[in-house]
Design a protein around this ligand. Structure first.
Ligand code: HEC
Length: 188
């Protein structure tokens, strides 16, 4: 390789670099022009639209955190009592389910839907539960198992709560079978 060839190669490299830099500068200038133009024309890029509830994302997120009886009631007609029986294992250490079953740490669950709250004779209910009043409905049971302390202030029931509406629905589908005649499902 002689001096002449080396010079040619160096020249080619420099030419290539110049071309690259030149092109880049040209593009930069073009973009700067575009930006200027965009500003003077008052053009703003469209902001991403908020996902409206019901189209997926936002609604799904709300579902993950939100508990309401409406969701439980919606799931109840198709709820799975077998799965509910499985979920009840969390309750079974404190509650018996058979007719006339004994009291454990908590009262027996036979016929609980429609039973007056705090009505098992001889059981030492908390003041909160004794004072709650009314019968156990699907709605009150759902709210209680979802958040025992939230539904009955000062309850003695040491249970953290079931968060998923579908799980509560399955549980209630099982609990309603703890009766001679299962009570009808809630209408709403
Ligand atoms: C660690 C023991 C324990 C667990 C687990 C537990 N409970 Fe209880 N439960 C209690 C006690 C104690 C009471 C009485 C509460 C009071 O007097 O405030 C109670 C009360 C109740 C009552 C009211 C009964 C009545 O006669 O008014 C219902 C309904 C109930 N529990 C359902 C459940 C369900 C369903 C589960 C499972 C999801 C569950 N419990 C889990 C201990 C427990």
């Amino acid at each position: 390789m002689n001096q002449y060839e080396l010079t040619k190669i160096a020249g080619a490299v420099i030419a290539a670099l110049l071309l690259i830099m030149g092109t880049k500068t040209f593009i930069d200038i073009q973009q700067a022009e575009l930006r200027k133009h965009a500003k003077s024309a008052g053009y703003t890029l469209p902001a991403p639209k908020a996902i409206s509830a019901g189209t997926g994302g936002a609604a799904a997120t709300a579902d993950a955190g939100g508990f309401s009886f409406a969701k439980v009631a919606e799931a109840l007609p198709k709820a799975n009592a077998e799965n509910g029986k499985d979920i009840f294992k969390k309750c079974g250490s404190c509650h018996t389910v058979d007719k006339g079953g004994k009291t454990l740490q908590g009262p027996n669950m036979w016929g609980i839907i429609g039973r007056p709250k705090g009505s098992i004779a001889g059981f030492g209910y908390s003041e909160g539960l004794k004072g709650k009043g009314g019968d156990w409905t699907y709605e009150h049971l759902a709210l209680f198992v979802n958040n025992p302390k939230g539904f009955v202030a000062g309850t003695k029931m040491q249970f953290a709560g079931l968060a998923a509406p579908a799980e509560v629905a399955d549980l209630l589908a099982y609990i309603r079978t703890l009766a001679d005649t299962p009570p009808p499902l809630p209408t709403k």
